[in-house]
Design a protein around this ligand. Structure first.
Ligand code: ADP
Length: 387
């Protein structure tokens, strides 16, 4: 019996197969959906496929899922999928635990599309496609918002007329599966740090930070949608709502045009005018690229201070995500100069790719942990099947 996990992002699908003991069998992804699609997968850390799909007309998530099915059916015909676990970005106020996805639940998730227009439709498309391909398999949804549902009220609310809070206009926070994984890993690596006050920096194309007190989220930088907080590859991050009013009233922009700009043309891409990809910006080293990187690291430092204040102090910082795990220059720009908070950064360890990048004397532990949302989904799905 095997379990398939699906993580449908805005232009990618990550997938993995686990056995019933949560041992990984296969892992891969299709990225560049709609532009330059490419499939890659590994089994036992060895590449089994890595090629362009440009000749296969992979223009949407449905076609990408078909390419994954094709890989599984031709390469591994003996696999029998008994359950499919899905990453679902938005669970609203209703879903604070993984759930079995039936017709009624899926309708409730559809109603949340306006709160995550870039991700939720793709997540639901993944559920529909998997249900058609594996009609007898149990489908399980695991929510990025669930990890934050217990946060204290003041970190959950906006200062709007209160009935909006009751209607669900709240700070949900996202990247919860990643936070769950890395805080669990910290408990294995350093239980003392894990039971203290921890800030996790999940820095990828989407980016957010979370304040975790003894394993529990008490606040995060993302709010009602995945637009708030840190600037990202193409998303703006924190923005005075007056800017949106100005764009509508004075510039005559429609809500749709503003949405498009805030989600797709802002962040690193908007500031640099060059690219949403940090590697491209680091290689370019132009004043425009540096401007975007400086803004990105500056906002991370501001949020680190804010989240440490929320926690009443700081015992550990974790970096994860494509940028957090790989970009040593970004980690250095974020960590240096925080001695006043007890952070002693070790530049040599950081550059050599060590998992601990603080000095032995530092009162704040600095960690780099490779995140793994897929294994969290698999564990939750198997737990639900067990019940
Ligand atoms: P997503 O949110 O789409 O899952 P990822 O976590 O894969 O994003 O992160 C993608 C980002 O990580 C890109 O900006 C990419 O440039 C950056 N990145 C990946 N590897 C490196 C590296 N070695 N050095 C600097 N940046 C990197």
């Amino acid at each position: 019996m095997h379990l398939l996990t699906l993580n449908c992002g805005s232009s990618s699908i990550k997938f993995a197969i686990f056995d019933s003991d949560v041992r990984e069998f296969l892992r891969g992804q299709i990225d560049g959906i709609g532009t330059a699609p490419r499939i890659s997968a590994k089994r036992n850390a060895e590449s089994i496929i890595d090629r362009s799909l440009e000749d296969a007309n992979v223009s949407d998530h449905g076609a990408a899922f078909a390419a994954i099915l094709d890989l599984l059916r031709t390469g591994f015909p003996d696999i029998s999928i008994a359950s499919v676990g899905h990453r679902i970005v938005h669970g609203g106020t209703q879903f604070s635990q993984p759930v079995v996805l039936d017709k009624d639940t899926i309708e409730k998730l559809r109603a949340l599309i306006p709160l995550a227009p870039l991700h939720q439709p793709n997540n639901i498309a993944g559920v529909d496609a998997a249900a058609a391909a594996f009609p007898d398999a149990l489908q399980v949804g695991c929510f990025d918002t669930a990890f934050h549902r217990d946060q204290p009220w003041i970190n959950d609310a906006f200062a709007l007329p209160y009935h909006y809070y009751e209607e669900g206009v709240r700070r949900y926070g996202f990247h919860g599966l990643s936070y769950e994984y890395v805080s669990g890993r910290l408990r294995e690596i350093s239980p003392t740090h894990a039971s203290g006050r921890v800030v996790v920096c999940h820095l990828g194309n989407g980016a957010s930070m979370c304040a975790i007190d003894n394993g529990r989220s008490i606040g995060s930088t993302m709010g009602f949608t995945a637009l708030d907080g840190l600037p990202m590859g193409t998303r703006c991050g924190q923005l005075d709502p007056g800017v949106v009013l100005y764009l509508m009233q004075e510039k005559g922009m429609s809500a749709h045009a503003i949405e498009d700009m805030l989600y797709h043309d802002s962040g690193l891409k908007g500031l640099s005018g060059l690219s949403n990809d940090l590697r491209t910006l680091e290689a370019a080293a132009t004043p425009e690229a540096d401007r975007a990187i400086d803004y990105f690291t500056g906002r991370i430092r501001i949020e680190l201070g804010a989240l440490a204040a929320m926690l009443g102090g700081l015992d550990a910082v974790i970096f994860c995500g494509g940028i957090g795990e790989n970009a040593w220059r970004i980690r250095q720009s974020v960590c240096e100069g925080f001695e006043w908070m007890g952070v002693e950064f070790d530049a040599r360890r950081n550059r050599s790719g060590d998992a601990i990048i603080s000095t032995d004397q530092s009162s704040v532990g600095l960690f780099v942990i490779q995140t793994d949302e897929e294994i969290v989904i698999a564990r939750h799905a198997l737990e639900l099947i067990g019940q």
